[in-house]
Design a protein around this ligand. Sequence first.
Ligand SMILES: Cc1cc2nc3c(=O)[nH]c(=O)nc-3n(C[C@H](O)[C@H](O)[C@H](O)COP(=O)(O)O)c2cc1C
Length: 226
Amino acid sequence: MVDLSTTYMGLRLNNPLIVSSCGLTQTVEGVRRCAEAGAGAVILKSIFEEQIEIDADSFSAGTGTQAWHPEAEEYIGRFGREERIELYLRLIREAKKEVSIPIIASVHCVTAGKWTEFASRVEEAGADGLELNAFVLPSDPRLDAKASDKIYFDAKSEYEFFKGFRRLLEGRAAILISHRFSTVRMADRIFVFEDGRITESGAHDQLIRLNGKYAHLFEKQAQHYR
Ligand SMILES: Cc1cc2nc3c(=O)[nH]c(=O)nc-3n(C[C@H](O)[C@H](O)[C@H](O)COP(=O)(O)O)c2cc1C
């Protein structure tokens, strides 16, 4: 069999397929199934600091502690937050016991201290790597809306980003797995999987001419952009 092993961030992978952070990777069972299906590594579903905060706030609002037991509110809030983080750390520990492929955690925080706290806690729990779910919010008060849009939401900037991405891949083989057709169409060769089998393959233009499943799905997604 062909040896597809490679290294990524210093991790040894049996093959370069890494399951992205998504619903498939939010339970131990899901991680086990990814490993059984041949994934080289998985990125766990992200833990979101702001979601934990929102849930803690709505929990205390729902129980009425703010109004009737303000002294209990801080305790309940802290307990709820800790419980959510502990669940994530348990997922890491149990996934590590269950599979031998690398487990990469994914964190998304909104306050400076939490980035480092979450990072060191997932490391202690045994994660082999860490994805930082960072993006820049348009928060510079000196910029007007037009200037912010240009930096953060501009289609031209996205186009330039993808051009850079193409340059990065020159002379290399890359496997893109995506349900977004704007990403898929960049590939020189596209494979359509249905029920675990490859049912169509070819370049974007060929598959459009074929007028099969790919063309049908592409048209469905593209209609929103026309
Ligand atoms: C249902 C779903 C849940 C996702 N959850 C996360 C997440 O928690 N953290 C993250 O970084 N990315 C998340 N993603 C983004 C995927 O990792 C990302 O879509 C993938 O890498 C790129 O595939 P795409 O081009 O098909 O979107 C999620 C995607 C889907 C479809």
